[in-house]
Every structure is written in C-alpha cells, then in structure tokens.
Design a protein. Sequence first.
Length: 298
Amino acid sequence: MINFVVIFFCVITGVVLKKYKKLPQDSHKSVNAWLMNIALPAIALKYIPKIEWSTELIFPLLMPLFVWLGAALFIHLVAKRYAMSPATKTVLLLVSGLGNTSFLGFPLTQAYYHEEGLKIAVLCDQACFIITATFGIIVAVKASQNKKIKPSFLLKKVFSFPPFVISLCALLISIISFDISFLDPFLNIIGATLIPLALFSVGLQLSIKEWRTDIRLISYSLLYKLLLAPLLILGISIFIETSKLTHQVTILEAAMAPMVTGAIIAADYNLNPKLANMILGIGIPISLITTFIWSLII
C-alpha cells in the first residue's frame, strides 16, 4: 500500500509545484539528468550482476522489439485511414512504440512484484533503450531531414548513454562472476533516489492543454500502448515457456505509458512535440489505472 501512496504523492507534488511555479521553468531537465546519468546506472549496477541468466530472459529482452514492430504496423494502418504528415506519423510511432519502462515501470513493478520483479524490469528497460537509440533515432532523422543515417552516428548515440554503458559493464561483471557486493550500501542509497525523483519528474512534465483538437490521434496512440501492446505480449507469452514472475513483469512493462524519451526525441527533431506531450500527459495518469487492471489479469 505504501508504494502506491509514494507513487501518487510524488506525481502530484510535481504537478502542484509546476502549476504554482515553485520551481524554475524546465527544472525537470535537471531531475532527468540525475536520473539518466546517476540513478539509472546505479540500479543497473546493483541488479544486473545478480541476475541468474537463462533462456527465459530472452522474452523480456525481446518484448520492446515486439511492441515497436506492432506499433509500426498499427500506426501505418491508422495513417492510411487518416491523412497525416510524416512528422505526426513518426510522433505516434515514437510515443506508441516505446514504453515508460523505467520512470514509471520501475516504481510500478516494485509495487506489484517487489525487488525480484525489478531485476526483470531492468532488462526490459535496457532492451527498450536499444530500440529507442536505433529505430527511434532512425525514424526521427528520416522524418525531419530525409537523410541517410551513418552507423557512427547511431553508435555514438548508444555508447554515450550512461545507463547502457554501465549495463554493459554490469553484464561483464556478471559473466566473469566478479563480486561487487561491497558496493551495495552505496548503490542502495543512490538507487533509492530513482523512484521518487522519476515520479516527481513525471508530475513536472504532465501537460494536457488543448487536447480536444487531437483527441482522435491521442486515442489511437493510447489504445495501442495501453491495451493492444500488452495484449500482443500476452499472446506471444502463450508460446514461450517462462516463470510466472517473468511472464507477469514483461507484460506489465509492455503496458506502461508512453516513454518520456520518445517525446524528447520528437521535440529534438521538431516533430509535433505538442502532440507528443499531450499523449504523455493523458497517457501517464490513465496508465496508473490500466496497469493495475493488467496486474489483476496476469
């Protein structure tokens, strides 16, 4: 129960402080910088070396790819029905095909499945980042510039992202069975900042102004992300033998709201950022309800 109190308290605190202008404009960027560069790497370094690797972990690692491919097909069908610009189509793909597997995914996974579930959520998140840093960047660049993308550009994007680099280091530590448990007290304290600050950042970024003008596009995006994506992963899971916990966490992560980074990419490449932020602003609070429903189903 206390986990859900923390979730709502942190999100609402962010909303209130933003509304009454108690923090500088764009202060969420400073919070996100801590999360991306410090807290997320600490979580990766804490959990990945302790993971007992097996073939069943292929499922959570592939989940973000399945969700992305499903989104690409769904958005393509929607775009054929409604006339929309390449920028708008790309925004819908970015926010529908990429899940908020860390900022929301970690606290909700911990609330429902505790520390053991969080280990699986970390894998889902790292796989989701790889999709973001490759397919996400590719479609954004193509929509904004219509240029070919050099492999060196993608490699720079991937290897300049601290959580990914630290995850590779943690994976190496796991492979060679090197004991870093002496770091646990430090990692526990730093990692503990992730959940409250991530939720606080979500609250700071919520925005649903002028949503009525784009309600149809918002509805299609959230229909896929909150309902069809987890339904797709649930269907795939029928044919994959995994533990109950892996099954549950992977589907729950697939059901998360759109990824904040997807909206950031849309803004960076000037791809209808207003639509991206509205989908986030509406999708995040709704997802708190829909993920609870999914937790009951799975």
